[in-house]
Ligand binder design. Structure first.
Ligand SMILES: Nc1ncnc2c1ncn2[C@@H]1O[C@H](COP(=O)(O)OP(=O)(O)OP(=O)(O)O)[C@@H](O)[C@H]1O
Ligand SMILES: Nc1ncnc2c1ncn2[C@@H]1O[C@H](COP(=O)(O)OP(=O)(O)OP(=O)(O)O)[C@@H](O)[C@H]1O
Ligand SMILES: [Mg+2]
Ligand SMILES: [Mg+2]
Lengths: 220, 220
């Protein structure tokens, strides 16, 4: 369902080029539960952003559900981002001016769902990550791990077939992290593809496959 | 050197009160290397913000170097924040419009140091955290773990006698995290007091003392 072929992503910094991804070829099948690991700065988030159609490669092919994303229209990319993929950002990327509930309701707006159903789904998603008592808090009125869980709830609320999570337990204690991994396992057992970046070996062990990245390439 | 006596920090949310800290009494001696642990939302960052004079308690006494902070003037609090304490924020809090080097130079501005010396000290601090080759990158041109290390370099550059780090290795792989812990141990062996919040047991084991927080109180 996710296929990368010789993908490169270069950043031009004046007369210097940062090769964040330098030729990555990998396939992830539907229903996999895969961990992406590697040193800080090795290219994991860059890879996740390309899979999630939040960024475009400098070279190579990215395919989602068998369709190449290079050359797709903005509307087609937005459809993948909003309907097919749920994305948990490494820095959460919550909207600061609205509360937790409204943040989780945001993806449902694009799906054209009525406000009462949006609210019900968002409440259910927040309760699933243990934040039923923090729904009216704005992001700056939440702890780091609570913000992370709001970001997870927002990624799940649209029931996406692919869940991409960039270090989803980084700000959580081991008990709360374990609850989130159980939630991901439940979603994967329902047939969703789960790909997560992690630095935590316990989290990686929950995944059936581990992919390692170093200096923009995959390690065999 | 750090003393909290029956410290409370309440947040009023409409007609509901969140008791983020609900009676904390603890003393940390000069030269200690102490870890603060506890579940997500238990009050760790709130406690660190009070120790670092970034916030004031609802009740109780906070003393730094034997002096109570409640009732201090803004100039006295700024002196503690800029000269005595180095603070690594959980969300890094880097300034987005300037590059890594300029971010690390910022605390030296308050200390009235000339620009050439500020630059030299900032370069040394960035090299110490392994980012000598990313100095001209802005925060949005850095990976999560690289941003975290810029935040660590910025906290160290003024040679503070107290280092407060809120989850300093959360975005780092185990090797990079280990390098940062070795740096903290080196600073502590020079006599600096190091207090860090962590969810990582390996990191906590590096510290000579562990304090546990739960629901705004210390666990015995
Ligand atoms: N400005 C605020 N307004 C209202 N509630 C707040 C505010 N800041 C923090 N809180 C609440 O106070 C509690 C403690 O927050 P704190 O950030 O200290 O937790 P923490 O232990 O650092 O958690 P984490 O490990 O997730 O970072 C949380 O339940 C949080 O929702
Ligand atoms: N916009 C950008 N401009 C320039 N360089 C960039 C940009 N974004 C990322 N980089 C560089 O590309 C490399 C890969 O970054 P990436 O965020 O993918 O790493 P990562 O594996 O997610 O690291 P971490 O574990 O620290 O989050 C890093 O060295 C980073 O400095
Ligand atoms: Mg990353
Ligand atoms: Mg915190």
């Amino acid at each position: 369902v996710i296929s990368l072929y010789d993908v490169r992503r270069y950043f031009v910094m004046g007369d210097f080029i940062v090769k964040a991804l330098n030729g990555v070829t990998v396939s992830i099948e539907r229903g996999e539960f895969t961990a992406i690991m590697g040193p800080s700065g090795s290219g994991k988030s860059t890879m996740m952003n390309l899979i999630g159609c939040l960024d475009t490669p400098t070279g190579g092919i990215v395919q989602i559900d068998g369709e190449g994303t290079v050359g797709m229209s903005e509307a087609e990319l937005a459809f993948i981002r909003n309907q097919k993929v749920g994305f948990v950002f490494q820095q959460f990327n919550l909207l600061g001016k609205i509360n937790a509930l409204e943040n989780v309701m945001t993806p449902l707006l694009y799906a054209g769902i009525g406000v009462r159903e949006r609210k019900e789904k968002a409440i259910a998603a927040l309760e699933r990550v243990g934040l039923g008592d923090r729904m009216k808090h704005r992001p700056n009125e939440l702890s780091g791990g609570q913000k992370q869980r709001v970001a997870i709830a927002r990624a799940l609320v649209n029931n996406p077939s692919i869940l991409l999570a960039d270090e989803p337990t980084g700000a959580l204690d081991s008990n709360t992290g374990r609850q989130i991994m159980e939630l991901f396992e439940e979603l994967n057992s329902e047939g969703r593809t789960v790909v997560l970046v992690t630095h935590d070996h316990d989290v990686a062990m929950h995944c059936r496959r581990q992919i390692r990245v170093r200096d923009g390439r995959l390690e065999e």
